[in-house]
Design a binder for this molecule. Structure first.
Ligand code: TTP
Ligand code: MG
Length: 354
């Protein structure tokens, strides 16, 4: 029997929670990030849909956001408040089905295969319960697997409910850019672009052999499967991760330090986003490096406080890199953050220090 997976993602989550307690800001551009002071260092955690009209988005420096929209309201991040709302949302989901996978502060998968009722009924019911329980809107996608459900929840944001079946894959999934696929980062995207493949549909049209030749057995086959809408990953109910990491394998081994520096910056951006989305900060930052001959080594450094600040993480990454000999070509490079603590706990400690 085919599965029925629901993916839920709250709309402009941090900003939406802020608007609940500051209803007078409704309809104004609101940016949440750092200490809420655009003259100080920090990045945008999120912006409400009004502020997004000015081009403001997550991970952008607060200064840039200020330049794009000086009359926006800038608010500091209050993780404790968001986590409290997040826990209520997760509890509502668990009541519908115990098979819930927590993937972020405002996001979860729910296996609703066994839940009685049509997909539409279940989707509406969950959205209504969340609105009643929190005052917030969520976007929901329901599909036969996690990949399609996740895309579906994003297709009609905000306040969306999108149900996809395998028959919808050509019309709804194939026009999307390849970057949307799980496992396609900037490097793979560039390589696909060289091959004349920009949309998921163009990828799906290629014989799997060609993709395997270009990207290797596992990656090539995986891309082929997902481009056709297949994804067997189960909804797992595991606990919070102990670390967050991102890595890149180069298409061709690299010995240019500038290339490594650029890729590290990109990986740090993404790890930073992962941390902030999960509402955690890291005390330990590490680099993993694999040479062309497959010898692998790692270096890590522990800070005296936890951080999710990309610049601070990058500084630590560069400090690790200085302890890694670079006389050989590099095949893979990765950034890992561990020693995770809830962001509000760290903020609390920081408050005590000041
Ligand atoms: P998202 O679900 O990616 O964004 P969102 O909920 O603000 O907006 P959307 O309606 O598009 O879903 O992330 C959830 C929260 O995680 C977001 O409110 C703030 C936080 N976050 C960061 O702090 N930094 C980031 O880079 C991202 C992507 C999110
Ligand atoms: Mg969201």
């Amino acid at each position: 029997m085919s599965r029925r997976i629901l993916h839920l993602d709250m709309d402009a989550f941090f900003a939406a929670v802020e608007l609940l307690r500051r209803p007078e800001l409704e309809g104004k551009p609101v940016v949440v990030g750092g200490r809420g002071d655009p003259t100080r260092r920090g990045v945008v955690s999120t912006a409400d849909y009004e502020a997004r009209k000015y081009g403001i988005h997550s991970a952008m420096p607060l200064r840039t956001a200020y330049r794009l929209c000086p009359h926006a309201v800038f608010l500091p991040v209050d993780y404790a408040a968001y986590r409290e709302v997040s826990e209520r949302i997760k509890a509502i989901l668990r009541e519908v089905s115990p098979a819930m996978q927590d993937v972020g502060i405002d996001e979860a998968y729910l296996d609703i295969t066994e839940v009685p009722g049509s997909a539409e009924e279940i989707g509406r019911r969950i959205k209504r319960r969340i609105r009643e329980g929190t005052g917030l809107t969520a976007s929901v996608g329901i599909a036969p697997n996690k990949f399609l459900a996740k895309i579906a929840s994003d297709l009609d944001k905000p306040d969306g409910l999108t149900i996809l079946t395998m028959d919808d894959v050509p019309r709804r999934i194939w026009p999307l850019p390849v970057r949307t696929l799980w496992g396609v980062g900037p490097k793979t995207e560039a390589r696909l672009d060289e091959m004349g493949i920009r949309t998921i549909g163009e990828l799906a049209a290629r014989p799997v052999e060609g993709l395997v030749a270009a990207f290797g057995e596992a990656h090539g086959r995986h891309m082929h499967e997902t481009a056709h809408g297949h994804d067997e990953r189960p909804v797992t109910t595991e606990r919070e991760p102990k670390s967050v990491s991102r890595e890149t394998t180069f298409q061709e081994d690299v010995d240019d330090k500038r290339v490594l520096a650029r890729v590290l910056r990109d990986l740090v951006e993404r790890v930073g986003g992962d941390l902030r989305r999960k509402g955690v900060k890291a005390k330990t930052v590490g680099v993993k490096l694999r040479y062309a001959d497959f010898t692998t080594l790692g270096r890590q450094t522990t800070l005296d406080h936890a951080t999710d600040d990309p610049q601070e993480i990058l500084d630590s990454v560069y400090a690790c890199m200085r302890r890694i000999p670079l006389e050989r070509r590099v095949r893979l490079i990765g950034v890992r953050c561990a020693g995770l603590v809830p962001a509000e706990q760290e903020a609390h400690e920081e408050g005590l220090l000041m």
